[in-house]
Design a protein around this ligand. Structure first.
Ligand SMILES: [Zn+2]
Length: 383
């Protein structure tokens, strides 16, 4: 950044004033250009039906599941600057997500995650090449709030991640779909920690203690599953990838939403400490990010435009409402720079105005006294 240097006191004449004005203008331009950090988005798919023995401590799964070392694995680290903006990517539309209270959903601890079964009346009706039918949703988390998500955005790992798994309607069921390259579509929601409970998740999180042991399941009444999702479904990243658990089938179209959802620290703590696998607490169930291997990651919005940096809620990164922008972190960086330079600009402008006023006063005094203008430092001038 350019800084206004201290000037020798006796040369405050018009050309110098012009230089200062140019410097101020340069600062203003810098503020404008510093504030253009982009925002990330993603998408993806997930979890297969495998119950073979595998765990998260040793993630060298390819010994038993060859496809886990394939070239299109998930999750990935989404590098925003490398995403491909696709203006025509349609908004994701969800149908049937508002379930009647009279319906019943199965919540199970399967030893790898907490999984909620979903009825086939829930669909992704548009936003993908064809219709997809919901099957289940589940969660990934870490041992602390600074880790837990599977997908990363510009290297940032989020507190947790939810995957809503769908299969292509044209294949009739999950089993048939898992043999097709476009068989699954997974919606990924990234979580951040906020100050208050996200009550939309209470129905699920209040039951976690009841399904602490592996294999235990409970029923919960139907609810509006839309309430678990970010508000902005039109901003996302999409790429072709795999299940993030063995057998790592490369059949998933991932959609990772730009806007994150907030959970309280207490809610995250419940997730981390309630679920057991083999009688041990399952405190981390995220796969490490996998090589992109030349795959494209598309974004539904221009991540390079300032207006795309925040979701419509604009919540702060570690506090606030129920949703946040994934790229909130990047926005935070840009905003911080903007604030710093804004303050610098403000101080410089103020100093400049004061200087001009003093200069005018001095000119007036010297005119009145019929003498030439001679600058003196303020300390001596005011004495
Ligand atoms: Zn998953």
């Amino acid at each position: 950044m350019l800084k206004l240097k201290h000037r020798p006191p006796n040369i405050m004449q018009r050309p110098r004033q012009m230089q200062i004005l140019l410097l101020l203008l340069a600062q203003l331009l810098t503020i404008v250009f510093c504030d253009t950090n982009p925002g990330p988005e993603q998408k993806g798919k997930d979890e297969g039906p495998s119950h073979e023995h595998w765990g998260y401590t040793d993630q060298n799964w390819s010994k038993n599941f060859r496809e886990c070392e394939g070239k299109s694995q998930s999750p990935i680290n989404i590098e925003i600057s490398k995403t491909v903006f696709q203006k025509n990517l349609p908004k994701i539309s969800l149908e049937g997500y508002s379930l009647p209270e009279t319906s019943s959903l199965n919540l199970i601890n399967n030893g790898h995650t907490v999984k909620l079964s979903l009825p086939d009346t829930m669909t992704i009706s548009s936003g993908l090449p064809h219709k997809y039918v919901a099957a289940q949703l589940h969660f990934h988390w870490g041992s602390k709030k600074s880790q837990g998500s599977e997908h990363k955005v510009d290297g940032t790992q989020y507190a947790a991640e939810m995957h809503v798994v769908h299969y292509a309607a044209k294949y009739g069921n999950m089993k048939n779909a898992t043999t097709e390259p476009d068989g699954l579509a997974v919606l990924a929601v990234l979580f951040q920690v906020g100050p208050t409970d996200n009550k939309n998740y209470n129905l699920i999180f209040d039951k976690l203690q009841d399904i602490s042991e592996e294999g235990v399941e409970v029923s919960i009444p139907g609810f509006d599953v839309n309430s678990l999702m970010p508000h902005r479904l039109d901003r996302f990243f999409q790429y072709s990838g795999s299940l993030t658990t063995p057998p790592c089938l490369q059949i998933v179209t991932w959609t990772v939403f730009n806007e994150t959802v907030q959970l309280s620290e207490a809610q995250l703590h419940k997730l981390i400490t309630s679920i057991k696998t083999d009688h041990d607490i399952l405190d981390s169930n995220f796969r490490s990010d996998q090589p992109l291997n030349g795959r494209n990651v598309f974004s539904s919005f221009s991540a390079m435009l300032p207006s795309s940096r925040m979701g419509d809620k604009g919540h702060p990164a570690e506090s606030g409402g129920d949703e946040q922008s994934v790229d909130g972190n990047h926005v935070t960086l840009g905003d911080t720079l903007a604030i710093i330079f804004g303050i610098l600009f403000g101080c410089t402008a103020l100093a400049f105005i004061i200087y001009l006023l003093q200069q005018k006063k001095r000119q007036r005094l010297s005119t009145e006294s019929g003498k030439k203008v001679i600058y003196k430092p303020a300390t001596t001038m005011e004495a």
